[in-house]
Design a protein around this ligand. Structure first.
Ligand SMILES: [Zn+2]
Length: 320
């Protein structure tokens, strides 16, 4: 298996594809404060009769969750070249996909954070859960405990003796949680892309540890799922079930799709930042187990990749 998750590897592949396949690859970039470049790769072919094609936007928000990146790079390679990263012919009808839909993928929305990761993949063999969480979120210099998880923080208010992978530096002394702050590259780039074209589906690829359960994957629906307009709500539900079925077919142990369970200020925060978007655009998130020997990197990548293909092929079947 070829596992591409580190920023330099992603960059080499993306620039190579853009150079070699300009007819169906276009790249949008954004510079992070620390100098890393965030890439959005759009793949599409000629459209029949100039019709507007449905679009999927797929992103990996969190730097400590590399399997989404590995899966995005695998899917992009197939969509662009017709071959897998391992050099086999793709099993997917990539020409039909290119002709029928627009796929935009942000394989890593925080390369600056990812570059701090000590490993390319979290296989559960080298780091205990506590050690992993200390890498992911960092260590508080004052307490020596795991760093807190504010949406945004400044050096001086907080001090990290170890800077967590999750944080994106957005200023000389300011860091944000990419999924929870409008100043993040994720937010800025998705807003820019959405201004350029309509995306009919958003897919976010996440990972979590599934501590204390025997499940190893789950689709999460928006925190406001039950209040969404019925057509959006129903599409999220159907789409979530399709991903779950694909995971079962791969022998995974999915928990049933569920709305993100935040309450109180956490919930208010998501509603403020993303609520209007959720009302207009179907969106689901994957959670695939990270840092557990029972879900090795190959399986992590396979599960994330299955979710992407289900999302693309659903859009191809039912263009709206
Ligand atoms: Zn995440």
């Amino acid at each position: 298996m070829v596992w591409i998750a580190m920023p330099a590897q992603v960059e080499t592949c993306v620039l190579g594809w853009a150079h070699e396949y300009p007819a169906h690859v276009s790249v949008t970039t954004l510079s992070q404060f620390d100098g890393h470049t965030v890439y959005a790769v759009t793949v599409t072919g000629p459209s029949a009769g100039g019709s507007v094609k449905p679009g999927l936007l797929c992103a990996v928000p969190h730097a400590h969750e590399p399997a989404g990146t590995a899966a995005c790079m695998s899917v992009l390679c197939q969509l662009i070249t017709g071959q897998t990263l391992e050099g086999e012919p793709s099993k997917h009808d990539v020409v039909a996909i290119r002709n029928g839909v627009v796929v935009t993928i942000i394989p890593d929305a925080n390369p600056g954070g990812r570059a701090r990761a000590p490993v390319d993949a979290w296989d559960g063999m080298q780091y205990t859960n506590e050690e992993f969480l200390a890498c992911a979120f960092g260590v508080d210099a004052r307490s020596g405990q795991r760093f807190p998880r504010p949406n945004r923080w400044r050096v001086g208010e907080l001090e990290a003796s170890r800077l967590g992978i999750v944080w994106e530096q957005v200023g000389a002394d300011t860091y944000v949680e990419p999924n929870r702050d409008p100043g993040s590259s994720l937010f800025r780039l998705t807003r820019q892309l959405s201004a350029e074209r309509t995306y009919n589906r958003w897919l976010d690829l996440h990972q979590t540890e599934f501590e204390g359960t025997d499940r190893n994957c789950q689709v999460l629906l928006p925190v406001t799922q039950d209040e969404l307009p019925p057509p959006i709500r129903d599409e999220n539900q159907t789409w979530g079930h399709e991903i779950t079925q694909a995971w079962e077919a791969l022998g995974a142990r999915p928990a049933p799709p569920q709305a993100l369970g935040y309450t109180g200020s956490q919930r208010d925060y998501f509603v403020t930042l993303w609520g209007e978007h959720y009302r207009r655009t179907p969106e689901v998130s994957t959670e695939v187990q990270n840092n557990r020997a029972s879900t090795p990197p190959q399986t992590q990548r396979d599960l994330q990749e299955a979710a992407i293909w289900v999302s693309i092929e659903g859009l191809l079947r039912n263009p709206r």
